[in-house]
Design a protein around this ligand. Sequence first.
Ligand code: LAN
Length: 718
Amino acid sequence: MTGAAINKTHSPTDRTRWRLRADEGRQTWHYLTEEESKANPQTDTDKYWLDLKLDAPTLPKATTALEAARNGFEFFKRLQNEEGFWPGEYGGPMFLLPGLVITYYVTGVKFPEGWSQEIIQYLFNRADKEDGGWGLHIEGHSTVFGTALNYIALRLLGVDADHPVCVKARGTLHKLGGATGSPSWGKFWMAALGVYDWEGMNPVPPELWLLPHILPFHPARYWCHTRNVYISMSYLYGRRATPPLTDLTRQLREELYTQPYDTIAWHQQRNNICKADEYYPHTRLLNFLNRGLVLAEKVTGSVGLRAAALKAAYVQVKYEDENTHYLDIGPVNKMMNTLSTFYEEGKDSEAFQKHVKNNIDFMWMSGGGMMMNGTNGSQLWDTALLIQGVIESGLAKEPQNHEAMKKGLKFLDDCQIKKNPPFMKEGWRDPTLGAWPFSNKWQGYTVSDCTSEGLKAVLLLQGKLSYTEVRVSDKRLEQAVDIVLGLQNKNGGFASYESVRGPQWLEWINPAEVFGNIMIEYTYPECSTACVLGLTYFREQRPNYRRDEIDATIERAIQFILKDQRADGSWYGSWAICFTYATMFACESLSSVGLSYSNSEAVKNACGFLLSKQRADGGWGESYKSCEQHRYIEHKDTQVVQTAWALMALMAAKCPDHEAIKRGIRMIMSRQQPDGQWKQEAIEGIFNHSCSISYPNYKHIFTIWVLGRYAKTYGDDL
Ligand code: LAN
């Protein structure tokens, strides 16, 4: 599948032939033939995401916050699709595409037309301007993980080793010590391609799946993302799945390292992790256990346990695939499951074909080329948040917006998950009946705050707008509430997908090196707030359903939020950057139980914290490095999205400093474009303390919301 080698003159595809389609909550890009493309003209949404010229009209200049919000929605409404959701890019992480490219190379699957050219284009554009390498994510410094894997991807896609982009990247890789210093996930992908020796990897024994569940370190207790990655990684590691060498992989063996491949002492590379990559170094306990596992593997190998262990791991691969319509929880295990299925069931199997068919859901075409999204989209999340902003601002009541709100409700109705996973108990899954997912119902994982944001949006649409009909029945609303109530943890807080299943010390055996806090679920102020508010909105409309439990749950969640506040008045955010984001959520929670600046020290301190970070231009700007280092770090530029979050918090808190709030609002308005939109600024999201991820719709959603909140609170005063 290498195709023609690509020399100095790589050219992207014809951008006017790309179309974004929606299909029951799926968002997929297609490269049409010239004739097809003539018959199906591009929409505004296609053009917007491809950075092509949009004919969005210039709007009358806003002089009040409400007018600015209205202009913002006038623009953003154009991007809503016929199914009612706002499709969007969700890139950022730089370790996803290589999984796809390696999997396709090993299995011999061909890329659809246009894909490989545009993936190359994306990787070219994302190479570090100075050193030519790639990092963990688009804003990070070059690492071995990013550089080795993306270098491999380019080579497998047909780019010559002496292409200037490759020459430069290889130079950086070698300066960093070569690919032997890769973190374990990189070691895994290279071994799966046959350019790294399995001996050089710490064991990932599938035998873990044969252990009794009662053990505190049983993998079913891990955070669902980590659990699923290690299920298929253990299967592939356990069978040392290695493809036959090709000319190209032989060359790669020579290009990736600073010494000849045959002279590398592989067993000494297991704990060789480049300093530039290391975020969470191995603990001594992990190193000790790994040494034990190397010995244990020899023993289990000799007693013939491996076959049973592989079977047990593969059964879990199947449960995950079947439970998610072959979409899987995320792009990492999606690729690993695709590869496992290839080895276990073969290339012609129905299961493998289903996997290949669905990979399209993770791919996102942009003006800068094709990337792989961090999930199969953020459809539900973006739509539920936006609707709440439009309703709070009062814009939803204006006739020109009725259609958009009706369509939004249709999507929320369709997107709710209406059954439990078919392999729930055996696959260690929680119930999903009544939940809302982050992306769409096909992927179908319950997320605590997505369920709550979905619930909030539906309650507002069905309860406050006279023109929408009831589409989500009382029964289904109750089911959503049942899900939320079932997710509270002992400390009162809510985690992301499931409640906490394992002990905190499992983090000591976190083997991934590049991420923090991934072994178990943790409780988060963001997720807890969404749940508090979801239950609160529900209780207003249905005061009798499970009332005592709802009251008690809210009360305990509020206690959690109060306890989680830091001495400086802020909250640490885990899912977007960072203190600004989480402090917004916490203030919303506290405000919902009547706590505000004037009657709560906690809220007053939160306002003090935020005000202390306001900049001379009236805005806020926080760097993703706050998430890494757990202290507030200024971004070099003021950010519209963070300014919106800070102001949302101050207004929820009823902060009396109207002047400060006004200055922030003016800053946001000053950056609005004549057609009502805002331009992309720095990356917004984060996960696992170290990896940033894009939420490009936030610049529309939170600006509209905060301008609307301002207008509601202070009217035209600017
Ligand atoms: C997400 C995206 C959404 C996010 C919120 C809903 C915003 C959050 O409040 C709860 C957690 C959740 C659902 C979340 C969890 C981790 C995800 C899925 C991601 C950050 C998107 C990508 C990330 C996933 C783990 C990336 C793949 C990488 C691995 C380490 C497996």
